[in-house]
Every structure is written in C-alpha cells, then in structure tokens.
Design a protein around this ligand. Structure first.
Ligand SMILES: CC(C)(COP(=O)(O)OP(=O)(O)OC[C@H]1O[C@@H](n2cnc3c(N)ncnc32)[C@H](O)[C@@H]1OP(=O)(O)O)[C@@H](O)C(=O)NCCC(=O)NCCS
Length: 178
C-alpha cells in the first residue's frame, strides 16, 4: 500500500513473534493520544487500561480473530480484525502515521475477507475518534450508545454497520451499465 514518512506500509496476518506487544503498544498510543482529543482524561484512562498487562489473553484474542497488521520500516503501525459473523472488534492506528490511509487499507483487507466468507455485512462499536473515518469507509451509524461503559466509566460510542451485499448489488448494477 502507501508510504509513511518515506517508509512503505505493508499488510500481513497477525502471528509473528512480537505481534502481541507491538499491537498492544499501538492500541495504547491510539487511545492515549488520538482518542484523547475527543474523550476526557478519565475516559481515556478507563479505555486504555493499565499499560503493563500480561499479554497472554490479548494474544489469544488476536489469534482467534482474523487479525490483519500494518507495518512499516519501523514496526507495526496499525491493526484490525474480523470476528465471527462480521464484527470488527479492533481498529487502531498509531498516531505517528495517522491520516495516511492505514485504516483504509486495513478495513479493505478485512472487507475482502468478509466477502470471501459470504458475510452480509460488517458491524462495529465505534468510538467518537473512529466514527468520522468509518463513515468515510462506508459504515453508517445504526445506534448511539451514550451509556457504553468501560471499567465502570461511561465512554459513549455508537454501533455502525456496513452492508456488503448492498455494495455487491450496486457494483453489479454499475458493471451492467445501469
Ligand atoms: C480511527 C483510526 C483507526 C483512523 O486511522 P487512520 O489510519 O488515521 O485513517 P485513514 O488515514 O485510513 O483514514 C480513512 C478515511 O477517514 C478519513 N478520516 C480519518 N480520520 C478522520 C477524522 N478524524 N475526521 C474526518 N475524517 C477522517 C480520512 O480522510 C480517510 O478518508 P479518505 O480516504 O476518503 O480521504 C485512528 O484515528 C485511531 O486509531 N483512532 C483512535 C482509536 C480508535 O478510536 N479506534 C477505533 C476503536 S472503535
């Protein structure tokens, strides 16, 4: 895909040595820096959680999902996943490469996987930070979740969906010249 600071970004499946620590570091940076622009400090702290945790469970969840990692010459810069029937559980991009198309590339990769599985659509619970980007990526808000709580702290988000069948019908009409 594209470049970040002169370094090419590539996508691959999660599972290389060090991926647990690298993706957890991206998660921490994305929440504590990027999301901190739209949430209060106590909300950021609750969402990020402790910065030094046992990563065994984190690693297991990434491996259970179809997790895609983006990396450049300096290391992992983002990741997303596809869980079960079409849930996008994680989408985090390191702020040092924000706004350079990394999330778009990651979401395209799991969209391709979802289509290959014949899934009707994707859904996610989007933070205030991710909502504008996900709207640009074809997701629409289906429900506000003002009472969403993390570790006992209210961190409002929203449920968003993207229909893949609709995409297919639309592209089918287009290719038919309609
Ligand atoms: C949300 C996030 C993943 C976006 O990653 P990114 O790599 O910077 O996004 P991209 O550069 O691929 O942008 C994708 C599209 O969204 C747009 N976009 C991104 N952030 C935007 C913002 N804050 N406002 C408006 N548009 C935005 C981009 O312009 C782009 O649109 P285009 O391709 O049509 O020009 C990243 O900001 C992040 O990690 N945020 C904090 C963590 C978070 O909230 N994660 C989601 C948990 S639910």
């Amino acid at each position: 895909m594209g470049s970040t600071g002169g370094s090419t970004v590539t996508l691959r499946r999660y599972g290389s040595p060090g991926d647990a620590a690298a993706t957890f570091a991206v998660f921490q940076a994305a929440v504590r820096q990027t999301a901190a622009t739209v949430y209060a400090p106590e909300q950021v702290e609750a969402w990020a959680g402790p910065p030094d945790v046992d990563l065994t469970g984190w690693d297991a969840r990434r491996r259970e999902a179809f997790t895609v990692v983006a990396q450049d010459g300096e290391g992992v810069v983002g990741f997303t996943d596809l869980v079960g029937d079409g849930l996008v559980d994680m989408l985090f991009v390191h702020p040092r490469v924000g706004g350079q198309g990394v999330a778009r590339a990651l979401v395209t990769a799991i969209t391709d996987e979802a289509r290959a599985r014949g899934l009707p659509g994707l859904r996610t619970f989007a933070s205030r930070s991710a909502r504008p980007a996900l709207e640009r990526l074809g997701f629409v808000v289906v429900a506000e979740r003002p009472d969403n709580a993390v570790r006992g702290v209210v961190v409002p988000n929203c449920e968003m969906r993207r229909l893949l069948q609709e995409d297919g019908r639309r592209s089918g009409r287009e290719s038919a010249g309609g």
